[in-house]
Each structure stands twice: as C-alpha cells, then as structure tokens.
Design a protein around this ligand. Structure first.
Ligand SMILES: NC(=O)c1ccc[n+]([C@@H]2O[C@H](COP(=O)([O-])OP(=O)(O)OC[C@H]3O[C@@H](n4cnc5c(N)ncnc54)[C@H](OP(=O)(O)O)[C@@H]3O)[C@@H](O)[C@H]2O)c1
Length: 328
C-alpha cells in the first residue's frame, strides 16, 4: 500500500510516498481503509524533529482519518467491517490503510461525507474540547484566538457562533491572512505586528476577553493576561515556534483577576482519557449530521501533495483546514 514516510527530521525533501506492508489490527484495534486524511501542524512538528512528536524514524505521519473498517481485531465490539468511521490513529494516518484503537474510532453518520469527517478527529474535536472543556466557554463569552486563519482557527470560527459566542477576535502571523480569518467568520482579525492590548480591547468593544485560546507557546502570555476579563480562561495549547517556554505568570495576577491559565493537549487526552476525545468526535459529527455545523476544507488530490502542503503550514502560509484524498 502507499503511505507517506518521513525518513529523518527535516523538510519536504525527507518526505516521500513509499510502498509499505499493509498493517493488521491487534487486540482492541481496527484496520481502516483510509478515504481521506486530515493534515495537522503536529505532523510538521514531527517532521522538523521537535522532541516527542515522532516516536522513531522513519516516521509515518497522519493523526486523523475517515474511511471504512477493513478488519477488526480481537475484543472489539460495536464495529464491523464496512462501517464508515472517523478515527485517531497513533500516527500512520497518511496511508491507504491505518490502525486505530477501537475506543478512538467513531461511526460517521450517513449525512456526513468522509471528506469532512477526516477533519473531525483532531481538528474539530480539538476546537470543541478547547471551548467546552479547557476554556469552560459559556454563551455570550468573547473569544480571542491566536493563529486564527489555520485549521484549528477556522474550526473555532465555525463553533463559536454556533455555541452562542460573543465577539470573536483572531490574530494572524501575516497581514494577508487577516482576510482569510475574516472570511472564515472572525468579527475582527489583527496581524501579529499590530497586535497589542489596545487593539484587542478595541476589537472587543473596550472590554476584556473571556476565553483566550493560544497556541503560541508563552510568547503572547503577557498580552493574554493584559487583555483578560475578570474570570477569564487562558488556554495554552501549542508551541508553534518550538522555542523554550517561560515560567507561568505571577500568582497575584491570577488570584486578583480570577484568571485561569490552563493547558490542553489532544495527544495527552488520547493517552490518558481517550473517551473524552471520542465524545468530542461524536458530538461534532452529530452537529455536522444535523446540518447545524459546516466545516469547509481544502482538498488535496493525492498523498504526493502533502509534503508541499506541510511546507505551507511550516512557513505559516496555510489557510484553513486541509484534507487529502487517499482512496476516497
Ligand atoms: N494541543 C493540542 O492538542 C493541539 C491540537 C491541534 C493543534 N494544536 C496547535 O494549534 C496550532 C494550529 O494547528 P493547526 O494544525 O490548525 O495548524 P495551522 O494553524 O493550519 O498552521 C500552524 C500555524 O501556526 C502559526 N505559527 C505561529 N508561529 C509559527 C512558527 N514559528 N512556525 C510556523 N507556524 C507558526 C501559523 O499561523 P500564524 O502565523 O497566523 O500564527 C501557522 O499557520 C498549532 O500550533 C498546533 O500545534 C494543538
């Protein structure tokens, strides 16, 4: 079968589509014929060799898929060959066949295309968990999202209004991405070189922000604290630059401001509380099936188009969410 392989840490030159053996499911696992696979910045972090992302080299990337069950391992109940599913594989999802734990494999309702479903297990599910769990989002809350024009940012642009959010403000790394964020649904988008507390407060009609979703390591944390409303939740969920992380802020600001600073990791939940990830996948698939949620994606036609698309993400030039057609 065809699979994307990253031979060693590097860039697109170390990524190639290779012919590899078809994997078989172990106990508690299923093998899935992959119709579509989602692209994610975490595969870029693995590719560039950030510690903890690729377990070994050569590395087989791909962390979210949709397709049909091909083979069921021992002790799996509730899933059968031919079922349409979305799943979180433990890597190896950018391939014609991938293995996932049954507990992280969720049936896809008939109303949802496998193309859209491929953006759910990591992309939409992360956006949902950031809001509902880590961010303790409540209707009416204003939300600030850094890296607003990317995959997670565009998922949040769909979910926040659906869940009854107030002002939705995004920041982006390049001026040309302001338009992308606005088109996807942000009320205001600010380029990073113009991003300061005054601009963000002005964007929120003079008020502090209730929920701040920040994948920029700790580089924007001082600003986040500056614009946080009383009772705000700041969720740190990434470290796009891969740089060193600063210490957490002085407790006095947190106590005095009733501010929560919390972390979020999809990977951490997959390891320690997979049922919460599965629930978020199910919940977002149901919203899509009911027609309440739409999630536009850009489709790549073949696995060979993934390395240049990873380049776009690595250079901060991506726009929205990408999925690749594998066998669909
Ligand atoms: N914790 C979790 O479980 C989890 C799950 C999924 C994603 N994430 C994080 O969420 C962020 C978005 O992920 P995504 O998959 O949707 O990717 P993406 O947004 O499509 O692409 C990554 C974005 O990161 C931003 N960025 C900031 N500093 C960068 C740097 N030094 N190099 C490259 N890009 C940089 C760029 O946007 P701007 O320049 O506009 O900021 C870039 O477009 C990533 O940081 C990712 O690691 C975390």
């Amino acid at each position: 079968m065809r699979a994307l392989l990253m031979t060693e840490p590097g860039d697109a030159r170390q990524s190639q589509v290779a012919d590899v053996d078809v994997p078989r499911p172990g106990a508690g696992e299923v093998a899935i014929d992959v119709a579509y696979s989602g692209l994610n910045f975490m595969d870029v972090m693995a590719r560039r060799g950030d510690p903890g992302y690729a377990k070994s080299w050569p590395y087989r990337p791909g962390l979210e898929i949709a397709g049909t069950v091909r083979e069921v391992g021992a002790n799996v109940v509730g899933l059968a060959v031919g079922d349409r599913v979305a799943a979180v594989p433990d890597g190896g999802g950018l391939a014609e066949v991938a293995i996932a734990r049954a507990g992280l494999t969720v049936p896809v309702p008939a109303e949802v295309s496998l193309r859209t479903a491929a953006a759910v297990p990591l992309g939409l599910a992360t956006a949902m968990l950031l809001l509902s769990e880590a961010g303790r989002f409540a209707p009416g809350d204003s939300v600030l999202v850094h890296s607003a024009s990317g995959g997670i940012g565009s998922a949040l642009a769909q979910l926040v209004p659906l869940l009854g959010g107030g002002r939705l403000i995004g920041t982006v790394g390049r001026p040309e991405k302001v338009e992308v964020a606005l088109k996807s649904g942000y009320d205001v988008a600010i380029a990073r070189d113009e991003m300061d507390a005054d601009a963000i407060r002005a964007a929120n009609e003079g008020r502090g922000v209730d929920v701040i979703l920040d994948p920029l390591g700790t580089s924007a944390l001082a600003l986040d604290l500056d614009v946080a409303a009383t009772g705000a939740r700041i969720v740190l969920f990434g470290n796009a630059s891969g740089g060193a992380l600063d210490a957490l802020p002085p407790a006095g600001r947190l106590i005095g401001g009733n501010i929560t600073v919390t972390g979020f990791s999809h990977r951490g939940l997959v390891a320690g509380a997979p049922q919460r990830v599965a629930r978020a996948i199910r919940g977002t698939l149901d919203l899509l099936a009911g027609g309440r949620l739409d999630f536009p994606v850009t489709e790549l036609a073949d696995l060979t188009e993934v390395p240049p698309a990873h380049d776009l993400l690595a250079e901060g030039r991506g726009a929205g969410k990408y999925v690749v057609r594998v066998t669909g």
